[in-house]
Design a protein around this ligand. Structure first.
Ligand code: NAP
Ligand code: ZN
Length: 347
């Protein structure tokens, strides 16, 4: 066992604080990673605050992990000491269900083992990336292309793949009109990726306060959803809408913006169910869909795509002790556009 420094939530209502946690011994197929950077995803906040249900405390979160391999097990073939690597939202899956066999571990029918707050193979609760080291089975470790600095790679491991996957699945590309709802961590990467895929991109944000940024990230149009004219002007327009909002939205209003056979895919994960009228779906034969992160193979493809197209998140590097303040700023949408913890501050 390896005892490592970490930042943990002691309960749903107390601030995160410094602690130590145990990492398992490196098994034959495991990789030990010295974590350099950990992104701060809104899911981390939903999880520690109990938005999605009760969890076991203390809990270390963080599933946007980038670092360096410092030890490999005797049977490891994919990674070597010194490699620049990443870990996203999952660290294992059953490997035998229909979906795992099809290479889509993110949809493992037994439920994949999440990087944090999940029951691991050995019965312990997984602990995430706000820590100095992590031990992960090699198949769930990604290779970070040389062109992407580690601090910029971290947010791609969740925010990047979660937006890349639906954009790729629903064929965002030339001739397609794509809207991105919410310009936060996921949203700003969705804009950059959809633009690089060749789609015509519109940002739907609550106000125009981030308009210059949105246009710089590659958006062709930027509209305020607080302005009722937006919904009248853009009715029956989009082939695809990616909703990244962490809270509830009026789905019917956004669905009405889809043209014939358009799809609204929800990746935002609010605590409460979202109601919609089936009659909005009947019009224009619209679809409402969901999407959860992406497979390991697709995550590697996304990293390579971002390297090729020079796509990187806008990040603000913080010390571990600033995490509670960062959470408050995320909750106020005062983030431009992803906080990343410099894990050297935890050493
Ligand atoms: P974030 O950085 O906080 O961005 C969310 C954005 O939503 C904000 O920037 C804001 O955009 C908008 N927003 C926030 N509160 C709102 C409200 N009350 N009404 C309308 N718009 C609001 O969060 P994130 O890290 O991108 O994560 C977004 C969501 O995706 C979270 O719920 C997270 O748990 C979920 N998620 C899902 C997956 C998956 O696999 N499906 C993976 C990762 C994350 P504007 O200021 O532009 O309006
Ligand atoms: Zn995430």
């Amino acid at each position: 066992m390896l005892t490592v420094n970490a930042y943990a939530a002691p309960s749903a209502t107390e601030p995160l604080g410094p602690t130590t946690i145990e990492r398992r011994d490196v098994g034959p197929k495991d990789v030990l990673i010295e974590i350099r950077y950990a992104g701060v995803c809104h899911s981390d906040i939903h999880t520690v605050r109990g938005d999605w249900g009760q969890i076991t405390y203390p809990q270390v979160v963080g599933h946007e992990i980038a670092g360096i391999v410092t030890e490999v097990g005797s049977e490891v073939t994919r990674h070597a000491v010194g490699d620049r690597v990443g870990v996203g939202c999952m660290v294992n899956s059953c490997r035998e269900c229909e979906n795992c066999l099809a290479g889509m571990e993110n949809y493992c029918l037994a439920g994949n083992t999440q990087t944090y707050a999940s029951v691991d193979r050995d019965g312990t609760i997984t602990q995430g990336g706000y820590s100095t080291h992590v031990v992960v089975v090699e198949d769930f470790v990604l290779k970070i292309p040389d062109a992407i600095p580690l601090d910029k790679a971290a947010p791609l491991l969740c925010a990047g793949i979660t937006t890349y996957s639906p954009l790729a699945h629903w064929n965002a590309g030339p001739g397609k009109k794509v809207a991105v709802v919410g310009l936060g961590g996921l949203g700003h990467l969705a804009v950059k990726i959809a633009h690089a895929m060749g789609a015509e991109v519109t940002v739907l944000s609550r106000t125009l306060s981030k308009k210059d940024d949105g246009l710089r990230f590659g958006a062709d149009d930027y509209r305020a959803t607080s302005d009722p004219d937006t919904f009248a002007d853009l009715a029956n327009t989009f082939d695809l809408i990616v909703n990244t909002v962490s809270a509830g939205i009026d789905l019917d209003a956004y669905l009405s913006l889809l043209r014939l056979d358009g799809t609204l895919v929800n990746v935002g994960a609010p605590a409460e169910p979202l109601p919609l009228s089936v009659f909005t779906l009947f019009g224009n034969r619209r679809s409402f869909a969901g999407s959860g992160i992406g497979s390991i193979a697709e995550t590697q493809k996304m990293l390579d795509f971002c390297a090729e197209h020079s796509i990187a998140p806008e990040t603000e590097l913080i010390a571990a002790e600033a995490i509670n303040e960062a959470y408050e700023r995320v909750l106020k949408s005062d983030v431009r556009y992803r906080f990343v913890i410099d894990i050297a501050t935890l050493a």
